[in-house]
Design a protein around this ligand. Structure first.
Ligand code: ADP
Ligand code: MG
Length: 391
């Protein structure tokens, strides 16, 4: 039954994928902040009003030159957290139907990645994608119960810093020993399963447990632009929700995964300092961000070899679809395959960020072009400019 249901789902899925690409890019521009120390007239970002670019275009001014980009969607600084969530709620929903979903936030430190992904989980208005996603998933689970669906959900949270995995939930579950300071490795076990060794996985049945989980997650990603060197901006944060559902009357089964990822700041060396530990950190970040783009571009080109194992981040995403439950074993990559990927490119509108913003937009434009298979569709792009040649 599992196999048959799975086959049918795949068939359906492939039909959908043939119709539209499975990598999408949304751009979000944050408002000018008082910390930026400049007036509104210094804003370097504007939005074209032409019909075809409406809601999809962004212009960046640099030294009197205008660079134009279009994405699947562009959120202006006025867009609320709710406005952003509305656009991804469908994607979140698809995890309950058994899809593997990855949502990334990419951009330099201070551009609004953490605000977008986490925001303030205690604030109805300012909570970001992760808290909203969990709320929606819980609500939908409730309503699907009437149709005979029973879901199990598990959350894990980790950080990748200097190519080292850190479990952010260690010690969360009272029944497990404290794992403080321990490093985690990706392991293959005797059954051929690949997973992160000893990673804490928390069963979430109630939303009260979720709120304490979120509090912990938010603590690990303190929001703030002023500290360019703060630790959270030097690591990738990976929030994973695994959903396993069974319909008790039809015996249908689904296994979905949602990965919500707040990437390390994409800024280049000069901005974050370039000696000692900082240099090592920056090199690790560059390596993993360029591995991520290598994987995306290899998938887009349908290359035979996709270099998932070149960084912890991509390797993790390759194996994050592995499910081992008492019901079945399921193994699907969360990037590529029949998964769905959405990248937010976060942009700051202040003039001191222009160089980094341009880099981020160019990279995002290349990713955005992937899905429809046209390599260089955007204006303002030089062939020599890419994250791949960096660091
Ligand atoms: P990053 O995680 O990319 O380093 P943050 O999310 O910490 O950036 O954002 C930097 C600052 O800008 C924070 O003070 C945050 O509250 C603020 N900010 C970011 N995006 C928005 C937004 N859309 N609206 C209001 N404030 C924002
Ligand atoms: Mg951040």
């Amino acid at each position: 039954k599992v196999v048959e249901g799975e086959k049918l789902r795949k068939k359906l899925h492939n039909t959908i994928l043939e119709l539209k690409g499975n990598i999408r890019v949304f751009c979000r521009v944050r408002p000018l902040l008082s910390e930026d120390g400049v007036g509104a007239e210094a804003n370097v970002v504007s939005f074209p009003s032409s019909m075809e670019a409406q809601g999809r275009g962004i212009d960046l001014a640099q030294n009197g030159q205008k660079h134009s980009f279009t994405f699947d969607k562009v959120f202006t600084p006025e867009a609320s957290q709710e406005d952003v969530f509305v656009e991804i709620s469908q994607l979140v929903q698809s995890a309950l139907d058994g899809y593997k979903v990855c949502i990334f936030a990419y951009g330099q430190t201070g551009s609004g990645k953490t605000h977008t992904m986490m925001g303030n989980p205690e604030s109805a208005e300012n909570k970001g994608l992760i808290p909203r996603t969990l709320e929606q998933v819980f609500e939908t689970r409730q309503s699907l119960q009437a149709q005979g669906w029973k879901y199990e959900m598990q959350v894990s949270m980790l950080e990748i810093y200097n190519e080292t995995i850190r479990d952010l939930l260690s010690g969360f579950d009272a029944s497990r020993p404290e794992n403080g300071g321990k490093q985690y490795t990706i392991k293959h076990d005797a059954n051929g399963h690949t997973h992160v060794s000893d990673l804490t996985v928390v069963d979430v049945q109630s939303s009260s447990k979720v709120s304490s989980l979120l509090r912990r997650a938010a603590q690990s990603r303190s929001v703030g632009k002023t500290q360019m060197n703060e630790n959270s901006s030097r690591s990738h944060f990976v929030f994973t929700l695994r959903i396993s559902g069974v319909n008790e009357s039809t015996e249908q089964q689904v296994q979905g995964v949602l990965n919500l990822i707040d990437l390390a700041g994409s800024e280049r060396l000069s901005k974050s300092g370039s000696t000692g530990d900082r240099l090592k950190e920056t090199q690790a970040i560059n390596k993993s961000l360029s591995s991520l783009s290598d994987v995306i571009f290899a998938l887009a080109k349908k290359e035979e070899h996709v270099p998932f194992r070149n960084s912890k981040l991509t390797y993790l995403l390759q194996i994050a679809g592995t499910f081992i439950s008492d019901r079945c074993m399921f193994n699907q990559p969360c990037l590529g395959g029949d998964s769905k990927t959405l990248m937010f490119v976060n942009v700051a509108p202040d003039p001191s960020s222009t160089g980094e913003s341009l880099c981020s937009l160019r990279f995002a434009a290349r990713v955005n072009a992937c899905e429809i298979g046209i390599p260089r569709r955007q204006t303002g792009m030089r062939s020599s400019d890419s994250r791949l040649s960096m660091g």
